[in-house]
Design a protein around this ligand. Structure first.
Ligand code: PLP
Length: 452
């Protein structure tokens, strides 16, 4: 179906090259133009309403309607000082305040915040920090980075290399050398027959240690990991996984970088996913809900020992010669700071915890459906995995595109959710009401019934 001539959709097809989009399809059909939002709903140019069950891209914790406090924070900052940078000790007021606030909120004691504009940039920067750290310590060979299958850490050359999804690498000449891959901790999909969650977690940790020993611990700098793997299909680790993995990382002096880009700021029922799973990261990368998706900003939190090493090396070299024109942009920082204050005023963590059982019940209501293999969720994020055979967990042939087809039908019913192959991901705004979640599940239920 092609777009109405001269509509925004048609103009988008004519002029805009999108990311994560079939470019030819967009040119032929035009874009899906969203013109306004209200709570968890978005509206198109033609006036059709959709429940956005993924909060945009896992980011719009406050939904899509106008937020008077954020409008005011942005307006005030634009009036006072629309731009200043962070090079050579310069900084604008909200950037200082945001750094202080984030260090105060950190999941484990952290010393400093460093700002970027996106999750990909934050992870790229964290890799550079880890390399700089080991150079500073006179360990130039300790540089390899471990990431997991099905991880999502971004799309830039380095962060895209950490991402463990083949589609992100295909024909982009990724990954770059020096990235090691370890198990995805998804019990339902990768456990041996009869293996308990705890035994599976132990096996993942043993495999990690084998990898480290085979490569040589003296060559490995860090492991990057999301507390819950989001874009890989909302993969929730076994309860004992991190208790098994953490001591191995410590034993071989491998830094842990927790990628909290999705989990940070309440998503899993704590401020941070690291708290939900007992991770003790050396660095934390965050973005998305940091500004409720309303301004592009990301932050890296750095612990004291790592920071001191970076600091002293910057002193030796004269500068930490890495920074972005828009690092800690005052407008984005003002919006993020006010977002965090809104979360505190709403007691967002308590709110997520109160809503999570309702979300879980809504998700689990689909568990008995013949197409549904696993339903998994924590806090307000989850996935429903479709299978060909419930008993054996056998997947559909991916060419059948069962998940993407379901998502297309859901779209017709006014629901936006994300298929990761046949796992349908849900990540509604944190401020959704029970009634709104019921509406989301009602739309999904219709789509599931029409899927064969
Ligand atoms: N890390 C995680 C866990 C993510 O989910 C994402 C994006 O979805 C990124 C990093 C990359 O963030 P961005 O798209 O802002 O570069």
């Amino acid at each position: 179906m092609s777009a109405r001539p001269n509509s925004l959709a048609a103009r988008d097809g004519a002029y805009h090259f999108h990311g994560y989009t079939n470019a030819l399809k967009n040119e032929q059909e035009g874009g899906f133009v969203v013109t306004r939002g209200d709570g968890p709903f978005i509206y198109t140019e033609e006036g059709k309403e959709y429940f956005d069950g993924l909060s945009g891209l896992w980011c719009c914790a406050l939904g899509f309607g106008p937020q008077p406090r954020l409008i005011e924070a942005a307006r005030r900052q634009m009036e006072i000082l629309p731009y200043y940078h962070t090079f050579t000790q310069k900084v604008a007021t909200p950037t200082v305040e945001l750094a202080e606030k984030l260090v105060g909120l950190a999941p484990v004691p952290m010393s400093k915040a460093y700002f970027c504009n996106s999750g990909s940039e934050a992870n790229d920067t964290a890799i550079k920090m880890v390399w700089y750290f080991n150079n500073a310590l006179g360990r130039p060979q300790k540089k390899k980075i471990i990431a997991r299958n099905k991880a999502y850490h971004g799309v830039t050359i380095a962060s895209g290399s950490l991402t463990g999804l083949p589609a992100v690498h295909a024909d982009f000449d990724l990954p770059v050398p020096g990235i090691l891959r370890t198990d995805c901790p998804h019990h339902y999909r990768f456990a041996e027959p009869g293996e308990s969650e705890a035994d599976f977690a132990t096996r993942c940790a043993e495999n990690l240690e084998k990898l480290i020993l085979a490569e040589g611990p003296e060559t490995i700098a860090a492991m990057f990991a999301e507390p819950v793997q989001g874009a890989g299909g909302v993969i929730i680790p076994p309860a004992t996984y991190w208790a098994k993995v953490m001591p191995i990382l410590r034993k071989y002096e491998i830094l842990l970088v927790a990628d909290e880009v999705i989990c940070g700021f309440g998503r899993t029922g704590n401020w941070w996913g690291s708290q939900t799973y007992g991770m003790t990261p050396d660095l934390v990368t965050s973005a998305k809900q940091l500004s409720a998706g309303q301004a592009p900003i990301a932050a890296i939190l750095i612990n004291q020992p790592v920071y001191e090493t970076l600091r002293d090396h910057s002193n030796r070299l004269g500068s930490f010669a890495h920074g972005l024109t828009y690092s800690g942009h005052p407008l984005a920082a003002a919006v993020a700071l006010e977002t965090l204050r809104i979360y505190e005023d709403l007691d967002i963590v308590a709110r997520v915890r109160a809503l999570a059982p309702h979300f879980a019940r809504g998700m689990q209501a689909f568990a008995g459906h013949p197409l549904v293999g696993e339903v998994r969720q924590i806090g307000l994020v989850g996935a429903i995995e479709l299978v060909r055979d419930k008993a054996s967990h056998a997947s559909f042939d991916s060419k059948l595109a069962v998940g993407p087809n379901l998502v297309r039908i859901a779209h017709d019913h006014g629901l936006i959710v994300r298929p990761v192959v046949d796992s349908i991901c849900f990540c509604p705004p944190l401020v959704s009401t029970e009634q709104q979640l019921d509406e989301m599940f009602a739309r999904f239920g219709k789509a599931l019934e029409e899927t064969h």
